[in-house]
Design a protein around this ligand. Sequence first.
Ligand SMILES: [Fe+2]
Length: 292
Amino acid sequence: MRILKFQLPASHELVLAGDLHDGSLFSFEDGFLECREYVLSQSNRRLWLMGDMQEAIIIDDPRYDIASHQSLPYQSKNHVVDMLRPLGKQLLGGVIGNHEWKLRRFANLWLEICNELSTDTHRIEYGTMSAVLEIWSLSDPPDLMYKVFVHHGSFLTLRSQAKDFEQQQGNIKATFKRRMAPLMSDCLVMAAGHTHRLMVVPPTERLYLYSANDKLQQGYLTQGNNGEYINPDQRWYVNTGSFYKLYAAREGHDGIPHSGYAEQRGYEPMEIGFASLVCHDHKLREIKAIKL
Ligand SMILES: [Fe+2]
């Protein structure tokens, strides 16, 4: 766990993206390059990575992608570095995923990536597996605009047995909130990757009644502020998607497309993409799910 402070313009976008799984036959590199382009196309956009940027596969693994020659962990690491380098100061850092964690038996490759991309004037922050990102303004003195709790999300399984689609979505969102909310109390945004689901749950807009000046009044629950405890219903929750395909487009080492775990288990297709936190004039206004 780390607590990290960043100073950003009063109006900016903080993009959260991860689960590229580089080195896997299912990794959708073009999609990630589109995300990189999205960040680079405006100077007030920043990127925080959510983990699993590379797949934990070694040469005897059936997912080993012999065609690309990128599947050995260090080759994949170098490839991720090459993909991230053009982001320069617009890349803030990222958390480690369970895949990099598995490879950590012989090297902490995510830490190496962060160190390799860091310069004398800009550090790429190694977030460990979870971190609080404090987003401060550039003003003097700076003011705290909002906090984001980020976790790779390796503990999450989001499924529902409900028969109706809406009910299923509701159950999944409720489980996500329930698992994330207790992990940190004062963050306006609770974010995780790992599940490959691209999903935003905004603060609950619930109608309430009260009395004032001898009259009945009404109001709506809105998003919380930066107090030390924000009601779980008044926070944003974001599951940051992936760049990982259900069916492999490329061939495995046996010359035919490999059927991955998602195909074997009959997982439903999920949108590929990433999320973007839109802050305007010091205030978080919206979280966009950007589907590719
Ligand atoms: Fe993961």
